[in-house]
Design a protein around this ligand. Structure first.
Ligand SMILES: [Zn+2]
Ligand SMILES: [Zn+2]
Length: 294
């Protein structure tokens, strides 16, 4: 797709997680290839502790390729290894350091949002976990000033992972001191919410109303749009193509036509198969089609 086509058809809020193989600056061309000006990336290898730093020249290259492709919203997803709720002091210290470096890279690259999964209270003490997780996010925001917002993601809630209920997310955010709370929001993953037991398929309005009451729509700053390979309440995190999973097309149709969420960035994390760009383009086409229906 050419850049002119991008400007014409995709000045909307839809995008996808794209590979940063070859360097962070390569993501913008990959977004352009799928007709998106919104993207999500990893700023490092997400299953390793190694923490790269962004040199000035890299930041400059990232900014110029971003401008060239007209990318307007960038989300970074933090490393899978980070557990800010860990009761183990060594693992917590490592996680905190890793998270602060994630935020530092986001600041250097001008990334708008850093999405983070609430941690895992492996000692079964959820309340301690939530308090510790909130303190860690607050400390990182204090230590790394700037415009990047931290978005706490809704989780599927397997094992002792936190953040599978709207109440836990609201509590986590409420525990963050006010002077940094303006830089905290939520990313709602449709697959995770459904797997956690919120029936977006049969009760879209009810689930969204509960989110609005408990967390607040002003806090909802991004969506991960994924269908679910597993049934309601199974707590399993397996993504499917839009409309092909247990959620089916209806909740996505409603979400795409929901004026409350019109400008909120929405990124796909659907399976890409062998043809990455073609898979993302097809899922974006399905989402945009819902909005175009009469
Ligand atoms: Zn995630
Ligand atoms: Zn997921």
């Amino acid at each position: 797709m050419t850049d002119t086509e991008n400007a014409a058809n995709a000045a909307d809020e839809l995008g996808a997680h794209v590979s940063s193989a070859g360097g962070c600056h390569t993501v913008h061309a990959r977004a352009a290839e799928i007709g998106a000006v919104v993207l999500q990336l990893f700023t490092k290898t997400p299953n390793q502790w190694k923490e790269p730093e962004i040199a000035e020249a890299q930041a400059a290259e990232f900014a110029s390729t971003r401008a060239h492709h007209g990318v307007h919203t960038i989300i970074s997803h933090d490393s899978y290894l980070i557990n800010l709720a860990s009761p183990d002091p060594t693992l917590f210290a490592r996680s905190y350091d890793s998270f602060a470096r994630e935020l530092t890279r986001c600041r250097a690259l001008g990334v708008d949002f850093l999405v983070t999964h609430p941690g895992n209270a492996t000692d079964d003490d959820k309340d301690r976990g939530i308090v510790q997780n909130a303190e860690a996010i607050a400390r990182a925001l204090d230590e790394v000033p700037g415009d990047t917002m931290v978005l706490v993601e809704t989780t599927a809630g397997s094992g002792r992972v936190l953040g599978a209920s709207f109440e836990e997310l609201a509590r986590l955010i409420d525990l963050i001191p006010e002077h940094v709370r303006a830089r905290v929001g939520v990313c709602m993953d449709t697959c995770h919410v459904y797997a956690a037991g919120y029936d977006l398929r049969e009760d879209y309005e009810g689930v969204m109303a509960r989110f609005g009451d408990i967390v607040g729509f002003d806090r909802l700053r991004a969506f991960h749009l994924n269908d679910s390979q597993n049934a309601l309440g199974t707590r399993k995190d397996r993504h499917a193509w839009i409309g092909d999973g247990h959620l089916g097309p209806e909740p996505f149709r409603r979400l795409m036509r929901d004026e409350r969420f019109r400008g909120v960035p929405k990124v796909l994390e659907t399976p890409k198969g062998d043809e990455h760009a073609a898979s993302d383009r097809e899922n974006l086409r399905r989402l945009r089609a819902f909005r175009l229906e009469a």
